[in-house]
Design a protein around this ligand. Structure first.
Ligand code: GDG
Length: 474
């Protein structure tokens, strides 16, 4: 294999030591062993179109470019986050489609491809990430780039009726079929894509994982993303005085903590979760004065109005629970609307009896895996996990819940709070094994092996430049 070339919405800051997130950890790992480039938006927004900036970090080059105001408005906030994000999370009601959004989405992908193409070498393997950049392979192919190109979708692929409600979905399908490998988080996503192709394309579907369109073969697979288990466990074990003091206070007062940490996003199910906790206090009043729920909700995409709405709703819901149940020496909900350092987050996970991770829809959900990695083997906490998080396909020993069913989640909290130590230990052992086996390094190796293997078969059996499907003018 030649160099690895990664394109994602944002790149990592390689000067930072304790990197967060599976994407960053997995990619840095792959880039370090392979050498290569990582290209993305630098996070800045300006009036004029910016150049490509390059910085060198050993065998890794980071290439970044700013977005223009119009690109930020229409490509990033617009098509990516007001159309694709809500639709792919089954929220067609929040989809706000405009023609100028999709036009700019296409134009930014074309611009990125034109910036990247001159940097490429013949044997580079290219790995494109996530919904912002679905058309990158199609744009690169137009420029005559014949390299192996893979795509990985970090968010769910929706059911067929939902995807077919996205305007220009035939064009998005065409774009996806320009890759050699399309990777998803879960088997469920693979099935959704397969069903969509069956109903909406004339592709020759050999199996859910293999599609032939004209002379091209496109491989499809699921590659659940993982975390850096060792690093997270180490961070959770580093003493933090404030967290330790709180833990001791709770112990003396016979209290326990439930914890959740999410980007403040409507897909994460925060209002449902607060309602479930309220129901728990209503149904099991003996826990009033003893259960403390800490919700960390880091701000996200505040320029999109749906995000402002959810913030106001949460403040109202959390305030109402505290207003009803709090006493002079106990508040049931602690709601923090900012990001806290990872060095605090990990010990907080460790000191919480219950990890309450109940998204309405989630590609994977790394917080669930981090909560498992942070636990003390001898006295582990218990994970309550939504069935609709991608992580639920692997983490079967969590207490799995339907987050829309408030009563069910309230009862799950009670089950977790009363679970005997032996059962917690048994479940934890199995969960930790799975999280450890499928870590961030495993994820990137599995994906890249598949991309390389399949690409070689494809090169032998067909002309790589053949168009996958006629370009739909829809
Ligand atoms: C997308 C997909 C998929 C959270 N609060 C704080 C904080 N975090 C960290 C967590 C975790 C990360 O942010 C969130 O990752 P998730 O996977 O839970 O969710 P998304 O951001 O929506 O990620 C998702 C993922 O891509 C990877 O493919 O799993 O389904 O939606 O690492 O710990 N970190 C710090 N302070 C906080 O307050 N430092």
């Amino acid at each position: 294999m030649g160099r690895l070339v990664v394109v994602s919405n944002r790149t990592a800051n390689l000067a930072k030591k304790n990197q967060a997130g599976g994407l960053t950890v997995g990619i840095i790992d792959a880039l370090r062993s392979q050498g290569g480039l990582w290209m993305g938006w630098d996070g800045n927004v300006q009036d004029a179109v910016g150049d490509l900036r390059r910085s060198e970090h050993g065998n890794i080059s980071i290439l970044t470019t700013p977005l223009t105001n119009a690109e930020h408005e229409q490509y990033y906030l617009g098509f990516s986050n007001k159309v694709l994000w809500p639709a792919f999370h089954n929220r067609l009601d929040l989809m706000d489609y405009r023609t100028e959004f999709v036009d700019r989405y296409s134009a930014v992908n074309e611009r990125f491809a034109k910036l990247l193409a001159p940097q490429l070498e013949n044997d580079d393997v290219i790995w494109i990430h996530d919904y912002h950049l679905m058309p990158m392979a199609a744009e690169l192919r137009k420029l005559g780039i014949d390299n192996r190109i893979g795509f990985f979708l970090h968010i769910p692929f929706p059911p067929v009726d939902v995807f077919s409600a996205v305007p220009r979905h035939p064009w998005l399908r065409y774009c996806l079929l320009q890759y050699d490998l399309v990777g998803f988080q879960t088997l469920n996503d693979v099935h959704n894509f397969h069903r969509y192709l069956e109903e909406h394309s004339d592709a020759d579907i050999i199996s859910p994982e293999l599609v032939r369109v004209r002379e091209r073969t496109v491989h499809i697979g699921h590659y659940p993303i993982g975390i850096d288990v060792k690093q997270f466990a180490q961070t959770s074990s580093k003493p933090d005085d404030a967290v330790e003091l709180e833990r001791m206070r709770r112990k003396v007062l016979r209290r326990f903590q439930l914890i959740s940490a999410d980007r403040l996003d409507y897909s994460k199910g925060l209002p449902h979760r607060i309602k479930a906790f309220r129901k728990f206090l209503d149904l099991y009043p003996e826990y009033q004065g003893h259960a403390e729920y800490l919700q960390i909700a880091s701000p996200s995409r505040e320029d999109v109005s749906a995000y402002g709405d959810i913030r106001a709703e949460l403040e109202q819901l959390a305030g109402a629970v505290n207003g009803k149940f709090a006493d002079f020496n106990w508040a049931p909900i602690q709601y923090i609307n900012r990001s806290i350092p990872r060095t605090k987050l990990a010990p907080l996970f460790k000191s919480s009896l219950i990890g309450l991770i109940t998204p309405l829809r989630d590609g994977m959900n790394l917080v669930a895996k981090e909560y498992v990695a942070a636990q003390d083997d001898s006295d582990p906490g218990i994970l309550i996990l939504s069935k609709f998080a991608g992580a639920a396909e692997e983490l079967r020993e969590a207490i799995l819940v339907n987050p829309y069913n408030i009563q069910e989640v309230a009862e799950a909290i009670h089950k977790a709070a009363t679970m005997p130590l032996e059962e917690r230990q048994l479940r934890h052992r199995k969960l930790l094994r799975r999280v450890t086996d499928h870590d961030a390094q495993w994820w990137q190796r599995k994906y890249l092996n598949a991309l390389l293997g399949h690409a070689e078969q494809q090169a032998q059996s067909s002309g790589r430049l053949a168009p996958a499907e006629a370009h739909p003018n829809v």
